[in-house]
Write a protein that binds this ligand. Structure first.
Ligand SMILES: NC(=O)C1=CN([C@@H]2O[C@H](COP(=O)(O)OP(=O)(O)OC[C@H]3O[C@@H](n4cnc5c(N)ncnc54)[C@H](O)[C@@H]3O)[C@@H](O)[C@H]2O)C=CC1
Ligand SMILES: [Mg+2]
Length: 371
């Protein structure tokens, strides 16, 4: 109904394009649930962001519509949370996705019931409004499935170095949703099993009526600059040579600003100022984090780091030259051939912060040269 009301409001006072008119009628039918398969027709006839969003909203909430959408969906496969990747003819890696009908045949070939596909969770939809789902197939023998699908299940951290940032985001979301369902099968109040809705947008405990929604833990991440260098750190568990921006989970009751000040003070013993928001990102590790990324500065006369060795193995200041070299030479296989110093892959928001800082430094230098 919201859609109909808003589209009428926004079109008020001007003539409707025939396409808009059809879309409006379909939306109205859909909102009154008079036309069962309407969502399919609707999704294919609209390509706008708002239409896709409203369509997804409906799939999340309406089990029947979601089941219907799954019949014509694209499904991403995971084996013990590792996404299936395929190589294109040109040798580029991409996240594999299968049409439901094709996937049913594949599942039957590897000895799985075709109805198993109903275990999928709704992920989103493509630019063409084709619904996307994720499915965990960990019970099936991995090599048989890889052969049948002509792909390889790759650890997600490794996959981030092989696929584009937008595919990384999709693969990360799929994994996070599967993990959340795997670890939220029981109500924390009653201990009774929880059941999912069809899309997987929530789970309910039938005994207490409590609804659980997939959750992310807020994490602050900050690139600290002293004006000409930036501070990067590494934890002992990082792959050799990798340094990243400082980060930390927000404590209960904290604001982003408070968490940033506290984390920097705890981890490297510095006081930051001039916080500047850069962006945010969902990060699937360790259990779905919501990364809030900022830039900050320290007084250039107070740059002595005092590392908390329980948290960090090392933290040091890097020059623009060191950063530029690291950004220009991302490692292909960091675990097998680690460079002396490298930064997180382009999908990670830490990489975005580091790139922004490098661009700003370059701009500052060229402005100085002009003076
Ligand atoms: N996307 C990106 O660019 C980056 C993402 N990250 C992510 O940020 C996360 C947090 O960063 P850290 O520096 O490790 O955090 P941190 O500095 O807060 O230290 C982690 C410790 O905090 C405690 N902790 C408090 N709340 C927690 C919670 N909700 N979940 C798990 N542990 C909690 C645990 O003892 C844990 O060992 C990392 O797990 C990492 O995956 C970190 C850097 C870059
Ligand atoms: Mg930390």
């Amino acid at each position: 109904m919201l859609f109909v009301t808003q589209s009428f409001e926004s079109n008020c006072g001007r003539l409707l394009h025939p396409r808009q008119f059809i879309v409006g009628i379909l939306a109205m039918l859909q909102s009154f649930k008079l036309f069962n398969n309407c969502n399919l027709v609707f999704s294919r006839s609209c390509s706008g962001y708002v239409s896709r969003t409203r369509y997804l909203m409906r799939l999340k909430e309406d089990d029947e519509a979601c089941r219907e959408a799954l019949k014509f969906a694209n499904v991403l496969l995971y084996h013990k949370l590792a996404p299936l990747l395929q190589k294109t003819r040109s040798g580029v890696c991409k996240v594999a996705s299968f049409k439901t009908a094709d996937l049913k045949q594949i599942l039957e070939k590897v000895g799985k019931d075709k109805h198993f596909i109903n275990e999928s969770f709704l992920l989103g939809c493509t630019d063409k409004s084709e619904p996307q789902f994720s499915l965990e197939v960990g019970e099936v023998e991995r090599s048989a499935l890889e052969q049948e699908c002509r792909g390889t299940f790759v650890d997600l951290r490794k996959a981030f170095f092989m696929i584009t940032p937008s595919e990384s985001a999709l693969a990360a979301k799929g994994q996070a949703l599967l993990r959340w369902h795997q670890t939220n099968g029981f109500c924390s109040a009653t201990g009774q099993p929880t059941t999912r809705n069809q899309s997987g947008s929530f789970r309910v405990c039938q005994s207490s009526g409590i609804t659980y929604y997939p959750k992310m833990s807020p994490v602050v991440i900050v690139l600290v600059s002293d004006g000409s260098r930036c501070l990067l750190a590494r934890q002992a568990m990082f792959p050799p040579g990798m340094y990243s921006a400082l980060s930390g989970f927000c404590d209960m009751g904290e604001s982003v600003e408070e968490a940033l000040h506290r984390e920097v003070a705890e981890e490297v013993g510095l006081e930051v100022e001039n916080l500047q928001y850069s962006g945010s990102q969902h990060w699937p590790f360790p259990q779905s984090s919501f990364m809030l990324a900022c830039h900050a500065t320290v007084n250039p006369n107070k740059t002595q780091v005092n590392i908390d060795k329980a948290e960090l193995e090392d933290a040091r200041w890097f020059t623009l030259e060191e950063i530029t070299t690291a950004l220009q030479n991302p490692p292909r296989n960091p675990r097998e051939q680690p460079p002396v110093f490298w930064v997180p892959p382009s999908y990670a928001i830490a990489n975005q912060l580091i790139r922004e800082w490098a661009n700003q430094q370059q701009l500052l230098r060229s402005t100085h040269r002009l003076k």
